[in-house]
Structures are given as C-alpha cells and as structure tokens.
Design a protein around this ligand. Structure first.
Ligand code: C6P
Length: 412
C-alpha cells in the first residue's frame, strides 16, 4: 500500500477546535469513531445558511424558500454522488440509529414474519441490535448471531451456513467495527446473500467516513451512516435503499411534506424520498453535510484510507511493543480501520482516559455501545483511540508516551 499523501499538519489549520488548549496542552483528538471535528467550511456553510437563506423547504414559492430548497437538494445530490446512487435513493434521517430503526419499522415489519431469522454479528453497535430485538418481541422474528474469532474476524463459515440454509431472511452487518476496527468482507457476503435472495443492510457508520464506498459495486440493499462521523454536523443521518424498495416501504412517520393529498380518513403519500422525511427536516445541517462531502472529496477517500492505514500501522507497532497491554482486533492494518481498542493490566479504562485528558488527549473509554462484543471479549470496558485525517504520528507518540506514564503511575 502506498504511503499517505494527506498532509494532516496543513489540514489541521482548517479546524478551529485545534486552537483550543486542554489543560494547557494542545488538543490531541483521538475519539473520531464517536464523532469528528468540523472544518471552517462546514461551520461557515451552516452560519451562511441561517444568515442568508433561512426558510422552510418544499413548501413556499418565495425566493428564500426556493434557495433553501435548492441548497438542501444539492446536498442530497452530493451525497448520492459520493456513494454512487441516485438522489431519490437518499433519505435524510437524524443519524445511523434512526436509519436502522426506519428499516426495522418500514421494511422489516412488512417483509419479515414470525420465525424469520435476522443475521447480525457479535461486532454490532447497539443500534444494529436493539431495533431487531424490539422487532423480535413484536412479530416473533429471531436473531442469529455470527461469532468472531480471536483476531476479531467474522466467522464467515457460520454466516454462509445461515444464509444457505435459508434460516435468515435479512443480513444486517456493520461494515467496520467501531471497537475492533475489523473490516468485514461485505461485498463477498452480499454476493452470497443475493445468490440466496436475502437482502443485506450495511451499517456504514464507521466505513463511509474512512474509505471509498461505492454502492453500485457493493450492491447492498440498505446502507446507513451519520454525517457527524465524517466532518458534518450532528443531527443528520442517511438511509440509502433502491428506489423500487423505498417505494414499496410504508412510511416511518406521518406529517407534513411526506404527503401528496390528505383526506379525512386516508392519505396519498408523497414520492420517495420525501415519503420518509415527515416534518421540517434539519435543513441547515443537511446543507452543512454537503460542505463536509465537498471537503472529503477534495482530499479523496482513497487518500484518507491510506493515511489511516499509515497511522494505524504506526500506532500498532508502538503499542504492541509495550508490556501488560492487550490490543483487541486484527493486527494487519489492511484489514482494519483506524480504531484501536486496548486494556493495560488492570488499569480501569476510565482512569487511563482521565490521565490522557490531563495531557490534552481525548480517547473514549467504556463499552462503546457494543456490550455484546464486550461480553465476547470478556471485559467490561476498553480504552479506544480512533483516528482521522487531521491526526499525526506526533500525536500518536504523545498518546503512547501517556500510556507509558499511566503504567508508571499505577506501578505496572
Ligand atoms: N458509534 C462510537 O463511539 P449514531 O449515534 O446513530 O450516529 O451512530 C450509531 C452507530 C452505529 N453503528 C456503528 C458501527 C457506530 O459506530 C455507531 C456510533 C459511536 O463508537 C457512538 S456510540
């Protein structure tokens, strides 16, 4: 793999937050799997919207409303183009979580029935577990868990067996684990599932921000992700599904904008994607998301992926040489993203995160909304560092030195 050509030192100047000091130290932000920082262009596009274009969309004929509608729909086009689909196949939600709940409500409740299996894995985030548990309680579907091996890789044989034995009617998988960084061979899985007429939902919350994702090549049935994990604002999520699939799905919520005609006792719904966007949406933040997409495209997703492989390789090499440290997940950076979870002897992850914070370093500690995975790893919590375009090797050195200092403080 070619070396990174992303100049993270230069890029950092685009992010106002890096001017902030934490405990008198420069901010080292290593919690990007949770949410990413925002460049000036994104912040500016939001203030610009409120300063110059603010009005509701899809409703009025005056100039401001038309300009706001155009900006909102231009963002939809940018996002569609980013993952190589049609704009009418992009539904705006609040986040990945809402997108999965929308599918569970509007697709699964019509297309699945009692005893139908839904295959998920031990890697999943709670938002790809709990909606399916609720569905099981309501209509009697069954959850089938695909396990992982000691390196954090999916038990593909088990998944293939579930698919070919027709035990499952939906496969719903995280493309990249938010804890282990494992990248799942999703294209291969989709091909096998489709040979058996089984649709696949891809949770792209951790993959779409960090690597090229081309839906035409991937051929998934559903793809979900969040703007805030890819330089965009909070409060905007995406649900992709083929237009024909969306057209057959029942609405998620009823209200303004999702209707064509409303009568006393029935309603004719709007066309897709509007059928799934009831009420006034998060207009300014959708516009901000468009600016984030512009920013990412300028750097190039291939370059972002290379940069993160480079950082991950560097970080793994450093921390794997430390004593008393357990690192979870694949060792080869080509099969994982820039997310590293670990534990040091019996230092509690919250204690380590507190020491890191004293040095201006932000890492996440806890279960990372993946308690099923914690149970599989047999730990209550881990520490987690996760990287993005603005992180540097110098920051990784600070992070590793602080791990060493924690070892000295706790005398291990
Ligand atoms: N993971 C993390 O720190 P929302 O919150 O809806 O934008 O994203 C949910 C979600 C779904 N799937 C995966 C794989 C995720 O990683 C996340 C969010 C964050 O790991 C916050 S818990």
């Amino acid at each position: 793999m070619q070396r990174s050509i992303v100049n993270s030192y230069e890029l950092r100047n685009d992010f106002p937050i890096f001017k902030k000091k934490i405990n008198g130290k420069e901010l080292v932000y290593l919690d990007n799997a949770s949410t990413t920082q925002k460049p000036y262009t994104v912040i500016k596009s939001i203030t610009d919207f409120y300063s110059n274009y603010n009005s509701n969309i899809h409703r009025a004929v005056y100039q401001l409303a038309e300009e706001a509608t155009t900006l909102y729909e231009q963002s939809r086009e940018k996002i569609a183009n980013f993952i190589n689909v049609r704009p009418e196949e992009i539904v705006f939600t609040r986040n990945t979580t809402e997108s999965i709940n929308l599918i569970a409500h509007s697709w699964a409740r019509t297309n699945l029935k009692k005893d139908d299996g839904i295959a998920i894995s031990e890697l999943e985030h709670h938002s790809n577990i709990v909606p399916w548990q609720i569905l099981s309680q309501e209509i009697g579907t069954r959850l089938e868990y695909v396990g992982i091996d000691e390196n954090g890789f999916l038990d593909l044989e088990h998944l293939i067996e579930l698919i070919s034995s027709k035990k499952v009617k939906l496969v719903s998988l995280s493309h990249m684990s938010n804890v282990l960084g494992t990248i799942v061979p999703i294209e291969r899985i989709i091909k096998i599932a489709h040979e058996n007429d089984i649709p696949v939902l891809v949770d792209g919350a951790q993959s779409v921000p960090h690597m090229p994702v081309n839906v035409k090549n991937m051929d998934c049935d559903f793809l979900v992700f969040s703007a805030h994990k890819m330089l965009g604002p909070t409060g905007v999520g995406v649900l992709y599904a083929k237009k024909e699939v969306l057209e057959k799905m029942r609405p998620f919520m009823g209200g303004g904008d999702m209707i064509k005609e409303v009568f006393k006792f029935h309603t004719n719904y709007n066309e897709v994607p509007y059928k799934f966007e009831a009420g006034t949406p998060n207009i300014a933040d959708v516009v901000g998301f468009g600016a984030a997409i512009d920013y990412l495209k300028k750097i190039g997703m291939e370059n972002i992926r290379k940069h993160e492989i480079d950082l991950t390789e560097y970080a793994l090499e450093s921390i794997l040489s430390l004593n008393h440290l357990t690192v979870y997940g694949p060792r080869d950076p080509n099969y994982r993203g820039g997310v590293i979870s670990f534990n040091i002897a019996d230092i509690h992850p919250h204690d380590l995160a507190t020491i890191m914070n004293d040095h201006g370093i932000a890492i996440r500690s806890g279960h990372h909304c993946a308690q099923v995975l914690m149970q599989r790893l047999d730990v209550p919590a881990t520490s987690r560092a996760s990287f993005y375009i603005y992180n540097t090797k110098e920051e990784i050195d600070k992070f590793v030195n602080t791990i060493k200092e924690a070892g000295r403080i706790f005398k291990i």
